[in-house]
Design a binder for this molecule. Structure first.
Ligand code: SAH
Ligand code: SF4
Ligand code: F3S
Length: 445
């Protein structure tokens, strides 16, 4: 009997997808995958390094697991972005770590675990993908039986000055479209209702060959891919994240042409100030960003728009912060993720003084949070009386007589219902707006 393994996933959707891929390989190799760290022989953390606090988390979790295991120590592995960046330094950092597996070594996990357990030595692999290693995920490992993450591009070439991702994930590598389309078709046959095409920057999609995209129109490979995925007949198709500089209006055209391309775009602005955007090396100005937003907002379909903002970038003045506030006012976001700038070692911005005080960061954070909450309140209220299409995903956490799911515009929708509805698409008429969700009733036919 092979060892039992528990994988805990921290970080973004790419990590969720990577854990699904790793689990597929491990089960194929005969390992048993379990849902908790309580008695697993091997505990693996799939880690995130995007901000200091995220990258600290793995050490806290290792401590908690060891304490709970009370001497019955599992083999402990670290995979993902912290593993790629820290490499063998992780062994010095924590003597309980036995195994370090980088972001592109996922497929070799089974043999690495075997070596770590047999040799009792510290094992590390931070090497790249090997020819012939393909994206393969078995449906039993997916995070949901109805919604699937389908990576279309890994890595990042943008090198924004504050960001660690190009270092932890390497250069952009796009999957060939035929492979993506086969995966979506087979998900559809297996009853999946929604796919999320994922990548650090999905719209930078640039496969080595155009195989699979022949016959599809589009000004960029990504908009061709959108049309090709739409043609598979998958019920709902979402994609994230879009990089503003590469956001071509043809993406909006593709959404308008295909009902199954969902009406939601996540387009992180990061800042509203040209000086800060330049220092961030984002490659666009406020006006360029607003032009993209205009194309989205003036679509025939109402396309929901969400964004990320970093506050307190080195040297950000209160006037520059005000420019971010005014950008947020102009964009009328359906949702906003706000982050305090966090210095990442080795990035270009780490050479700049992190000189916005913590107090000031907290104050700007809550100012922007309240500002967005008010704007969002008005947007959410405008949904009252309207009908939205919802994929029912499960019981609501708050009440067991309510079900929950996401609309095509990616809002959380709750409504009275029961478990027989799970996995179905329903029409919900919105009756009430909460801060981050909508409430409604199923429309009777
Ligand atoms: N590729 C996407 C972002 C991926 S990282 C894009 O360029 O839009 C997710 C978010 O984390 C970023 O949008 C940014 O807002 C935030 N982030 C990244 N590095 C950060 C840092 N050093 N400090 C604070 N927030 C950061
Ligand atoms: Fe990081 Fe910029 Fe790449 Fe996004 S585009 S992952 S923020 S370097
Ligand atoms: Fe974090 Fe790595 Fe994703 S740093 S955000 S897990 S790509």
């Amino acid at each position: 009997m092979k060892a039992s393994i528990y994988i805990e996933t921290l970080g973004c959707q790419m990590n969720v997808a990577d854990s699904e891929r790793a689990s597929t390989k491990l089960r194929e190799a005969g390992y048993e995958l379990v849902g908790s760290s309580e008695s697993a022989d091997v505990v693996i953390f799939n880690t995130c390094s995007v901000r200091a606090r995220a990258s600290q988390k793995v050490f806290n979790r290792i401590g908690e697991v060891r304490k709970a295991r009370n001497g019955n120590e599992p083999t402990i592995g670290v995979m993902g972005c912290v593993a790629q960046l820290e490499g063998s330094a992780l062994f010095d950092h924590s003597s309980s770590i036995n195994l370090v597996v980088g972001t592109t070594a996922t497929d070799r996990l089974p043999s690495l675990i075997e070596s770590a357990r047999e040799s009792q030595r510290q094992i590390i692999d931070v090497g790249g993908r090997v020819d012939g290693e393909l994206w393969k995920v078995s449906n039993v490992e997916r995070h949901s039986p109805y919604v699937a993450f389908v990576p279309i591009i890994e890595g990042c070439n943008k090198f924004c000055s504050y960001c660690i991702v190009p270092f932890s994930r390497g250069r952009e590598q796009s999957r060939v479209a035929t492979e993506i389309l086969d995966e979506v078709r087979s998900l559809r046959e297996d009853g999946y209702k929604e796919v999320h095409l994922i990548g650090q920057n999905v719209n930078s999609y640039r496969p080595l060959t155009s195989a699979g995209l022949e016959g599809f129109s589009g000004t960029t490979p990504f908009s061709k891919l959108l049309r090709a995925v739409a043609a598979t007949g998958m019920n709902r198709i979402k994609f994230t994240t879009s990089f503003p500089r590469d956001f071509h209006p043809d993406i909006v055209a593709a959404i308008e042409e295909n009902k199954n391309l969902c009406n939601w775009v996540h387009l992180p602005a990061q800042s509203g100030s040209d000086r800060v955007l330049r220092a961030m090396r984002r490659g666009y100005k406020r006006e360029d960003y607003l032009r993209r937003v205009d194309a989205i907002k003036s679509s025939r379909r109402r396309i929901a728009l969400t964004s990320d903002i970093i506050i307190g970038f080195p040297g950000e003045t209160s006037e520059e912060f005000e420019e971010t506030i005014s950008l947020v006012a102009q964009c009328q976001y359906d949702g906003l993720y706000i982050f305090k700038y966090s210095e990442r070692p080795g990035t270009p911005a780490s050479g700049l003084a992190d000189n916005v005080s913590n107090r000031e960061k907290s104050s700007r954070f809550s100012t922007l949070e309240i500002f967005q909450k008010n704007l969002q309140g008005v947007i959410y209220k405008s949904y009252i009386g309207r009908e939205v299409n919802v994929l029912v995903e499960g019981e609501s956490a708050k009440s067991n007589s309510d079900m929950t799911g996401h609309s095509t515009c990616h809002k959380v929708i709750n409504f009275p219902g029961d478990m027989t509805m799970v996995g179905q698409e329903v029409s919900v008429t919105i009756t009430e707006a909460k801060a981050n969700s909508l409430y409604g009733v199923i429309k009777k036919n």
